[in-house]
Design a protein around this ligand. Sequence first.
Ligand SMILES: [Zn+2]
Length: 311
Amino acid sequence: MLKFIRYSFLIVVILFFCSWGFHAHRTINKNAVYVLPSEMNSFFLNHINEIEERSVLADKRRYSDSTEACKHYIDVDLYGVSPFDSVPYHWFKAKEKYSEDTLISRGILPWAIYWEYKNLVSAMDSGCVENVIKHAADLGHYVADACVPLHTTFNYNGQFTNQRGIHSLWETSIPKSFSGDYDYYVGKYVYLPDPLDFSWGLIKESFALVDSTLTLERKLTEDYSKDGKYRFKSKNGKIGHQYAYAFVSDYHSLLDGMLERRMQRAIFAIGSFWYSAWVDAGKPELKELRSVEEFNKLNKTGDVSPKRIHE
Ligand SMILES: [Zn+2]
């Protein structure tokens, strides 16, 4: 039983620290479809439910795949005072400088985005529907994670500043309560000439928000008594606690639109990554993509690549 309780606790902890809550990931991936141009839009709209549902699979994979967790964050502040000048943007150069083990232990999010981007280009190029959906959804997940400030710091849960719990407060509790009122119109895609550089750009923006994310919560906590900050409740004979709604709401107000802007940024970035992958794959006719069975059958007999759109 004790083992079970420990295991359950571990699951809760992992869920808290993996990324945007599931609700936010689904909202972000779904809305990214509306950023796309008309040549891509109908394929993505036809598969919008899968794109939305699969947006959280990368987090779920963490239970079964030990190589998954490090793809969801990067502890930028472990790279010194000028991290963005210190870490080479390219994987092989970074590996040479810091060793692969060090990079993995500090998180590899910008490179995970880039690799998933490449996977999506290949999937579009070869023409199998399921692969395109899978890699588009996973790419959306990692890009969304890069837009969360607390995914870019080793103090990801306020554990070093006596703010334990702030991770899920920011990325799960707030979106759950307030994201229904956000505006998700973010305009149209852009082509990303250097997707890896763009990934690093998202990390840089998020990292610049770490300080205010932590400072504002600390200031608000000073205004609240411990009883007011948390709501205590008893479950199965045990007393647990969660943030009081008033605290969540006040923190959301103090952040002054940060959550909405980061969700909008994620939506725009994902749409732009998908669009760029399609362009880099040679603009395949997405309506000609084949199901996995058809794809495997035809693949034995020759080329199954879809036709390209000619301008
Ligand atoms: Zn994640």
